[in-house]
Design a protein around this ligand. Structure first.
Ligand SMILES: O=C(O)CCC(=O)C(=O)O
Ligand SMILES: [Fe+2]
Length: 365
């Protein structure tokens, strides 16, 4: 009984635990030694790792240097699975306001935030904690707000009405990030030889009408950050995720088996290749494995915007990227398969994508 009660408290999230005087990391959050972040051990930060070419100047992409930027973009997607976009064109006040209203949302009393708790994965709004709180054996030090963003007019009335300006700014932010996503995708299609003269605008139309999810992640200060994580190693499911992070370090990406800390660059987006783009590009571009560590002093906030095809569409390797030298490497995948997978087995690292790979026995054109 006492145990069940304690469990109920964990379900309310980490901010709630802190507000209720928890000063020591509960056992529920302690990861096995092999999964702990090891942040003390020498882990390079991005600036010192030699990954400079992963910075993409969006303004240059629209100008005479486009082909040069496209080369960097292609290299980043192929080699790292991520890049950072600067001069992205989204007005700075929109960026500031989305951070402000998101911070205010997490500043609301627990009763107000918890109105949006739901175990229904398809709910247009879902407040929750950890990674998958209904299934996690070990909990992660994160609270989140997930908003389904498409079709906007249908979902908007379900979004939080408090703080007062939340809906308006979230709607503006969602439209701006969708526009940026589509422009970046045009460039990515071009790097794959599917734009320009060899135009495949079918996929871009589908993406324009595609799914979009906005996830606000909040990581309060953690009493014993070396024993836990804010998010486990994972790849995102969609084509691209556009991530806005505040100025507190926490995000790490894996490169050549090593965890590299992404130092936040003011007014930029960290963009990572998701599983669907890996499938669509027939494995040429790789989805990025990333995780989040937490710290004992500063709260951290990030806003992720995840984009893919409409939920009912199949994701499959582009036929133009399949030939004798590059046989089809992935099975057809739809969103229902993904939801079924995450409801039956814990998504760890890139294991969903692994389950979609064709083996050398059943590889085909
Ligand atoms: O908070 C972060 O930096 C990463 C968030 C993330 O990976 C996600 O929302 O999928
Ligand atoms: Fe992620």
């Amino acid at each position: 009984m006492a145990m069940a009660k304690e469990n109920d408290e964990f379900q309310k999230g980490v901010k709630h635990l802190l507000e209720n005087g928890v000063r020591k990391l509960p056992n529920m959050y302690i990861l096995p030694i092999s999964d702990r972040p090891n942040v003390d051990k020498e882990q390079p930060i991005m600036a010192k790792s030699g990954l400079k070419s992963s910075i993409i100047d969006f303004a240059e992409l629209q100008g005479p240097n486009r082909s040069h930027v496209l080369n960097s973009l292609s290299l980043a997607c192929e080699e790292y699975g991520f890049f950072q976009v600067v001069n992205h064109g989204i007005p700075i006040h929109v960026i500031r306001r989305i951070v402000d209203v998101s911070t205010s949302f997490f500043g609301l009393p627990h009763e107000e935030r918890s109105k949006y708790m739901s175990s229904d994965m398809a709910s247009p709004v879902r407040y929750g904690t950890s990674w998958n709180q209904n299934k996690d054996d070990v909990f992660y030090w994160r609270d989140f707000l997930k908003l389904v963003c498409h079709p906007l007019s249908d979902v908007l009335p379900h979004w939080p009405s408090s703080p007062m300006e939340f809906r308006d700014w979230a709607a503006t932010y969602v439209k701006e990030t969708k526009y940026l996503f589509l422009r970046i995708m045009e460039a990515i299609l071009e790097t794959l030889g599917l734009w320009g003269a060899n135009k495949d605008d079918g996929i871009l139309k589908q993406l324009d009408d595609g799914s979009q999810l906005m996830v606000v992640n909040f990581y309060p200060p953690c009493p014993e950050p070396d024993l836990t994580l804010g998010m486990p190693p994972h790849s995102d499911y969609g084509f691209l995720t556009l991530l806005l992070q505040d100025d507190v370090q926490g995000l790490q990406v894996q490169y050549k088996g090593q965890w590299i800390t992404v130092e936040p660059i003011d007014n930029s987006f960290f963009v990572n290749v998701g599983d669907h783009l890996e499938i669509f590009s027939n494995g040429r571009y790789k989805s990025a494995l990333h995780r989040v560590f937490v710290n004992p002093i500063k709260p951290r906030l990030s806003v992720a915007s995840l984009h893919s095809l409409p939920f009912y569409c199949m994701v499959r390797p582009s036929p133009k990227l399949i030939d004798d030298a590059n046989p089809r490497r992935y099975k057809d995948t739809d969103f229902a398969t993904f939801l079924e997978y995450i409801s039956t087995c814990e998504p760890k690292e890139k294991n969903f994508l692994e389950s979609r790979k064709l083996t050398s026995n059943n590889i085909s054109n």
